[in-house]
Ligand binder design. Structure first.
Ligand SMILES: Nc1ncnc2c1ncn2[C@@H]1O[C@H](COP(=O)(O)OP(=O)(O)O)[C@@H](O)[C@H]1O
Ligand SMILES: [Mg+2]
Length: 244
């Protein structure tokens, strides 16, 4: 897929929330999107399923402008896990079948395994266990892992994790990324994060600053060429070192 000078202005006359973003991605690659709060990360990934439409440039999937694709068909191909994971009152099975009602327990457990959520299902007592409205009887990290599993049950071609592993500890986050990489027929994955540790192994990293892509490249390249990326990395690296 490809972003070609893509951008969006939410309100006419206002500054664009995202401007002139260009990069391409091969099927099965992982793209990291990093930047501060309000830098345009969610805006960028929301252009893919057309939650919002680009007001400049284009976004292509398999060479087709997303604006030319049927929205329902497009959204079947793109799995989005938002930062604020939404679970409803019902069994774990019902929650995970949302969007793919024909998924078997085996399909569900495969997704649960990749999403590092086996212990969540086990702790609650299996797929028949009840989740309360909004997932109140789960921790933030448990909710995030179940919503990632839910997106995987739909077998998307493109999986977007929008700050959706922020509540996971480093080891679980790393195990999730490893499991995604090792999937059969793995999707193209967009990982949006404020933590460099979550995206530094991505095939391609897009660094956003105030709606502009100030760097596109891999971790080592960006450390050399992108001051914004280097600054984010160094500030987090120091914090981690201080904690250790
Ligand atoms: N639906 C919207 N309508 C108007 N402005 C928006 C909307 N969504 C985001 N914005 C603005 O666009 C900018 C980028 O936001 P966002 O993409 O959510 O950033 P991030 O995900 O990096 O925190 C911010 O200034 C935000 O206020
Ligand atoms: Mg966001």
């Amino acid at each position: 897929m490809q972003f070609a000078h893509a951008g969006i202005c939410y309100n006419e006359g206002a500054d664009p929330a995202l401007a002139d973003v260009s990069f391409s991605v091969l099927p099965g690659e992982t793209v990291g999107v990093i930047g501060g709060t309000g830098s345009g990360k969610s805006t960028l990934v929301n252009l893919i399923p057309r939650f919002y439409e680009a007001t400049e440039g284009r976004v292509f999937i398999d060479g087709q402008d997303v604006k030319a694709l049927d929205p329902a068909a497009l959204r079947r191909r793109v799995g989005v896990v938002p930062q604020k994971a939404v679970l409803f009152k019902g069994t774990i099975r019902e929650n995970l079948q949302w969007g793919n009602e024909s998924a078997s327990d085996e399909d569900i457990m495969r997704a649960v395994h990749i999403a590092q959520a086996e212990d969540v299902v086990a702790a609650k007592g299996g797929l028949d266990a009840l989740i309360e409205q909004g997932g109140r009887n789960l921790s933030g990290g448990q909710r995030q892992r179940l919503t990632i599993a839910r997106a995987l049950v739909r077998k998307p071609d493109i999986l977007i994790l929008d700050d959706s592993s922020s509540a996971l500890d480093f080891a679980t986050d790393a195990a999730l990324r490893k499991a995604l990489r090792e999937m059969d027929g793995r999707p193209t994955v967009f990982i949006v994060s404020q933590r460099t540790s979550s995206i530094q192994h991505a095939d391609r990293i897009v660094v956003l600053d105030d709606g502009k892509a100030v760097g596109v490249g891999d971790h080592l390249g960006l450390l050399e060429t992108c001051p914004v990326y280097r600054e984010i990395y160094e500030s987090q690296f120091k914090k981690e070192a201080a904690r250790a």
